[in-house]
Design a protein around this ligand. Sequence first.
Ligand code: ADP
Ligand code: NA
Length: 330
Amino acid sequence: DSKPVIFSGMQPSSDSLQLGNYIGALSQWTKMQEDYDAIFCVVNLHAITVPQDPAELVERTRRTAAQYIAAGIDPDKSTLFIQSHVPAHAELAWVLNTITGFGEASRMTQFKDKSQKNGADAASVGLFTYPVLMAADILLYQAESVPVGEDQRQHVELTRDLATRFNSRFGETFVLPEAQIPKTVAKIYDLQNPLAKMSKSAETEAGLIKVLDPAKVTTKKIMRAVTDDDNEIRFDRAAKPGVSNLLTIFSVLAERSVESIEEEFAGLGYGHLKKAVAEVVEGALAPVRERTDELMADPAELDRLLARGADRASEIATNTLNLVYDRVGL
Ligand code: ADP
Ligand code: NA
């Protein structure tokens, strides 16, 4: 069919996705799969650019795929697969490595941030060329659009540069993709540090809402969320980041305007708001948790769905890779 192609993926880098992934990625993807030829990947080759426990990685990879499906990615409508099941990703990444400038790769701010954290010697060359593998992920499917967070914009720009360079050196081959960063999609912040985005790689978990955590754990975290002293329920990102974050979570998940929530809770304390937020979060995450458990309890069915996704992805990816090898003289 002639729907535009989108590609997106997440790393299986944690035992559970977090609320920001659910709101900022999975829920958006679920809506997009109607209007796009959507390709969703669990990017486990990216995950090994930092040390991983092998048995844990296997489990997290499956669990991440299960959460995609549980959150609404329909394997009949979209192509859903595990990156390492399609060897063309690593193969195209190698070819793209050979047309990427060392200085160009060195300018990627995410690598600079990540490698500075632990020192340059602790960072692998794989982490350094991570954006090139990401370019391969996108270009293999001739994706026109890449729904990502703001922090991935530079990597999509690199992808465009590499595609343009390849096309001009070897002949028209790749579609130039664009980052799709919707301004209207809410950003969720850490409950304990509402100036930092919620992230599954956060150093402490006290401010992290995990999709697969039991309701009790999540409710406790929300009840302990950092707020402020004036006990006024009002949205103000700059002056009241903690309260504003709670209002955002409530508003997005209950599909209500922030104003209507401010009105409902006017004069009531933060405890009331937090309790209501906890209920709304549980209402959204409980079905995802239950469906994930069901999928994890039937490994044969999950394997079948993922193998089918890999077959579909392979067909497209292999076509692109064959063309690339041909153009390059391999
Ligand atoms: P994490 O920081 O949890 O590892 P990633 O950086 O892998 O998450 O992000 C995967 C996708 O999830 C992003 O492209 C973005 O769309 C979404 N996302 C992640 N964190 C948030 C957040 N705090 N608020 C909104 N969306 C988020
Ligand atoms: Na991350």
